[in-house]
Design a protein around this ligand. Structure first.
Ligand SMILES: Cc1cc2nc3c(=O)[nH]c(=O)nc-3n(C[C@H](O)[C@H](O)[C@H](O)COP(=O)(O)OP(=O)(O)OC[C@H]3O[C@@H](n4cnc5c(N)ncnc54)[C@H](O)[C@@H]3O)c2cc1C
Ligand SMILES: *[C@@H]1O[C@H](CO)[C@@H](O)[C@H](O)[C@H]1NC(C)=O
Ligand SMILES: *[C@@H]1O[C@H](CO)[C@@H](O)[C@H](O)[C@H]1NC(C)=O
Ligand SMILES: *[C@@H]1O[C@H](CO)[C@@H](O)[C@H](O)[C@H]1NC(C)=O
Length: 508
């Protein structure tokens, strides 16, 4: 007991802030939690346990947070006594084993994808295909069922997990090993943070490898009327970017090349120079009350997106033609160029919507979205993509996890998920002017409602509003929700880790 008090009093010096909103990566005005009492920044797993033990004793709600890389106010419950445990300082990497090209590594809660990718690269290993873009913690991604894009390889980040150490509602560390027949495992692979704080993950690694990235342009009809499964499934990862204004798609594909292949391609993920940031902001705000500027901006973005968003990592010179080659982690994750910052630092912020549909219904869903674009135009309020890489369309091979987007488990709405899922991810620019409404704002809500009502879509857990979660509930499997709720009850009977998402799903 004494040691607990000592640890907690030492920690109080590390509190980042007191009562107020806890923001997403987008900063002020973009709460992940509307009101929290305290933010702690522990540096060891036992410190996290001490914080949880203390909170649990007092009945204080707790949520873990990595880098706040989410979009809406759905991280916590609405209890203002909530405390946040920011995990970034708990970030050790250990126990690398690599034999005959496969192995494992253990990462702590705050380890990010680029951090472990760099660490593994220095030791001849790599994360494989479950890398997620940007500076996101592995624990945060696995908690929320995050994924890359592939129909051929597993792409949900937690499909690479071999074991979890989870700090439960008592503050105890619970170790669970992979066992796809166990309800505990099927819950832990998309836990939504409701079982507790994921303190450690043991994950699969592969020998380091290089990949190519290639991109071609397709007419809209070639995708809407094409065999989407055949276009995507041959590649280790592949995705589309849809440009509804020019009626084009970019198809981006990646595949393995020999490690001896020359090339140091490094992907620019979300960064722009100051000049580009300012120009884009002016153009995009200009489309708040008028449609045409949005189409003009989209035309510029589309033209820019035809050339590779890659530099040579060693020289920082742009790579001008496809395909490009480099180490997997540089090509698939990439990062910031030296003279650039993430776009949100120039007030380029967005809203988003992401829904998964069985790939067998991919054409039907995209055609329906096209009808809704056409309807908006007919109504005199045409809408298009206002994001610098268009509408992002990703894919997922089936992976069994109770709350995963690509599980084959179906509930009241039968659907065939056995060939995998298409994720329709529609980011849009949020104007900095006026009341921040987007042009034809009502259309976006109508789009979400139409897709949720007409297709058995499942939501991404950090890219949707509360309203989208409420509407999507009817598409989820009641049996999976019930079995998840039982496991959650065992881990956290006092509901210390509750969240708005868990409440909407009825699992807390
Ligand atoms: C620029 C950008 C790119 C992205 N790219 C992708 C992508 O390619 N694919 C994709 O699917 N998603 C993507 N996302 C979404 C992202 O993967 C998820 O939102 C992820 O959960 C964010 O992790 P984080 O570490 O920042 O955690 P936070 O945003 O801080 O937390 C997200 C949720 O996870 C919980 N959580 C965090 N850490 C833990 C822990 N240790 N234990 C238990 N619960 C925890 C939090 O309580 C919260 O509910 C992207 C987001 C951004 C901003
Ligand atoms: C990524 O996140 C870590 C904290 O987890 C932070 O120290 C680092 O500066 C971030 N990197 C970038 C490029 O934002
Ligand atoms: C759009 O109109 C609103 C008022 O309806 C105004 O407040 C806002 O500044 C306008 N946006 C631009 C970019 O002019
Ligand atoms: C699913 O169907 C059952 C039985 O018909 C019903 O009780 C339940 O409310 C339905 N669930 C959802 C989420 O619609």
């Amino acid at each position: 007991m004494l040691s607990l008090v000592v640890i907690l009093s030492a920690l109080s010096f590390l509190q980042l802030g007191a009562a107020g909103p806890y923001n997403t990566f987008d900063g002020d005005g973009f709460p992940a939690c509307n009101n929290v009492a305290q933010v702690y920044r522990p540096s060891t797993i036992s410190e996290i346990q001490a914080i949880v033990k203390d909170a649990s004793r007092k009945g204080t709600p707790v949520r873990a947070s990595g880098n706040g890389h989410m979009w809406y106010d759905t991280m916590c419950s609405d209890d203002p006594n909530t405390i946040i445990i920011k995990t970034d300082a708990v970030n050790r990497i250990s126990d690398l084993v690599l034999k005959d090209g496969v192995g494992s590594v253990v990462v702590e809660a705050g380890v990010t994808f680029p951090q472990v990718a760099e660490w593994l690269h220095e030791r001849g290993a790599s994360l494989g295909y479950t890398l997620v873009n940007w500076n996101i913690t592995i624990a945060g991604a696995m908690a929320m069922g995050a994924h890359r894009s592939s129909l051929r390889e597993h792409s949900q980040a937690s499909s690479a997990a071999l074991a979890f150490d989870i700090i439960n509602g008592n503050g105890d560390l619970v170790h669970i090993d992979k066992d796809e027949t166990s309800d505990t495992w099927l819950s832990a692979t998309t836990s939504l943070g409701l079982l507790g704080v994921i303190a450690r993950v043991k994950m699969e690694v592969l020998a380091d490898f290089k990949v190519y990235a290639n991109q071609i342009t397709l007419n809209e009809a070639e995708v809407l009327n094409g065999d989407i499964y055949a276009q995507i499934s041959p590649y280790v990862t592949a995705n589309y970017w849809w440009w509804p204004g020019p009626k084009k798609f970019h198809l981006r594909t990646y595949g393995v090349v020999p490690i001896t292949k020359s090339g140091n391609a490094f992907q620019n993920t979300f960064s722009v120079t100051e000049l580009e940031g300012k120009l884009a902001l002016g153009l995009l705000n200009g489309g708040q009350n008028a449609s045409l500027p949005n189409f003009i901006t989209e035309g510029i973005f589309y033209a820019l997106w035809r050339t590779p968003n890659f530099h040579d990592k060693k020289t920082n010179l742009p790579l001008l033609s496809w395909p490009v080659h480099g180490y997997a982690y540089d090509v698939l994750i990439g990062g910031l160029y030296p003279d650039q910052k993430p776009e949100w630092e120039y007030n380029l912020r967005g809203k988003t919507l992401e829904l998964a549909v069985p790939v067998t219904q991919a054409n039907a869903l995209l055609k329906r979205v096209r009808q809704l674009f056409d309807q908006a135009a007919k109504d005199g309020k045409p809408v298009t993509s206002t994001y610098r890489s268009g509408i992002n369309i990703k894919f997922g091979k089936p992976y069994d996890s109770f709350l995963g987007q690509t599980t084959e488990r179906v509930g009241n709405r039968t659907a065939d998920w056995s060939k995998g899922a298409m994720m329709f991810d529609f980011p849009s620019f949020l104007p900095t002017t006026g009341d921040h409404h987007r042009y034809n704002e009502e259309w976006y809500g109508m789009l979400a409602k139409t897709l949720i009502d007409e297709f058995p879509v499942r939501p991404h857990w950090t890219k949707n509003t509360r309203d989208v979660f409420r509407q999507s509930l009817k598409n989820l499997d009641p049996d999976s929700l019930q079995r998840f709720a039982k496991v959650r009850e065992q881990f956290d009977p006092k509901k210390t880790f509750r969240s708005v998402v868990g409440e909407i799903l009825g699992v807390v």
